[in-house]
Write a protein that binds this ligand. Structure first.
Ligand code: C2E
Ligand code: MG
Ligand code: MG
Ligand code: MG
Length: 285
């Protein structure tokens, strides 16, 4: 009996391994197609960041979406990691950058002055062409550098912090703000935090989602806010799902809040109408 159970486990393990393997290969080949001939499968959603000092929405984050004709909707958490391993991430990021800059032009045509944050992977910051492509394209459209900023996850920095410091400095020298994304999950040492040329910490949503009720999360968030203050960094809290959490963050001096309570990620046209509809919203009441 025991043998049969073990055998069953091995069979199901092998089946799952094969399923994952097949899925991975399918994602790689379909993503290659999407990047070259089927770019309409890719799109962007934008999620606003509410400035808690001014009570105004002044930034939004670009989040990629992939609706594959073969695989259906594939979440970014799944395909971005595979794109990184398969050497496709630089192409994905280049697509995102071009699409964001086009959208910034549209936003300005609608009088929406939002600075847009773009997520970068470790392999993007070492790409020698990425930064010059960005600055060239901004110049082409006569856009200032503060209409874009970048986010890089803490785990990507931790994998090679010395290199990250040097590469991120190039982005700062070019005048872009930089945030450490998913902060609190990547075990960065204080030594590197001190030397990292970044302007913002973005608290991971796992500490924010239940902020209103979890005492331990409250302590973690307050600790990060103190740390950021002593390093002179601004803080964004992602994953704000209720009003009480937003109120706590404001009381504690967190600069920006982002989350479903404020607005879910939305396509550009919806972002524009949401922004216009909420120009007079008093988020403090
Ligand atoms: P991220 O950059 O940390 O983005 C935050 C994620 O949390 C987004 O998921 C967003 O939709 C979700 N979120 C925002 N507010 C809330 C909330 O209140 N509650 C909950 N439960 N979730 C919330 P999404 O769009 O699925 O993206 C997942 C991750 O995929 C991103 O995490 C980022 O690491 C990566 N990603 C997305 N777009 C891009 C991209 O263009 N380039 C790169 N390199 N990575 C991207
Ligand atoms: Mg992000
Ligand atoms: Mg994050
Ligand atoms: Mg994340």
């Amino acid at each position: 009996d025991e043998a049969r159970v073990t055998q069953g486990l091995i069979v199901s393990y092998a089946e799952e391994f094969e399923r994952n393997y097949v899925r991975r290969l399918a994602i790689i080949s379909e993503l290659k197609k999407a990047l070259v001939t089927q770019q309409s499968e890719l799109s962007l959603c934008y999620q606003p960041k509410l400035n808690l000092n001014t009570n105004k929405v002044d930034h939004a984050e670009a989040l990629i979406r992939w609706n594959s004709s073969q695989l259906g909707f594939v979440p970014p958490d799944e395909f971005i990691a595979i794109a990184e391993q398969a050497g496709l991430i630089n192409q994905v990021t280049q697509w995102v950058i071009n699409a964001v800059i086009d959208d910034v032009v549209t936003l300005r045509e609608h009088d929406v002055r939002l600075s847009i944050a773009i997520n970068l992977s470790a392999k993007d910051i070492v790409d020698p062409h990425l930064l010059s492509n960005v600055t060239d394209k901004l110049k082409e459209f006569d856009l200032p550098h503060d209409c874009l900023s970048f986010e890089i996850t803490e785990s990507d920095i931790v994998s090679d912090p010395k290199k990250a410091v040097a590469e991120l400095q190039r982005f700062r020298d070019a005048g872009f703000s930089l945030a450490i994304d998913d902060f609190g999950t990547g075990y960065s040492s204080l030594t590197y935090l001190k030397s990292l040329p970044v302007t913002e910490l973005k608290i991971d949503k796992s500490f924010v989602l239940k902020l209103n009720t979890q005492r331990s999360d409250q302590q973690i968030v307050q600790t990060i806010l103190h740390l950021a203050k002593s390093f002179n960094l601004d803080v964004v809290a992602e994953g704000v799902e209720d009003k009480a959490s937003l109120t706590l963050l404001r009381e504690w001096g967190c600069k920006w809040g982002q989350g479903y309570y404020i607005c879910k990620p939305a396509p550009l046209s919806q972002l524009i109408s949401w922004y216009t509809d909420n120009l007079a919203t008093d988020w403090t009441t």
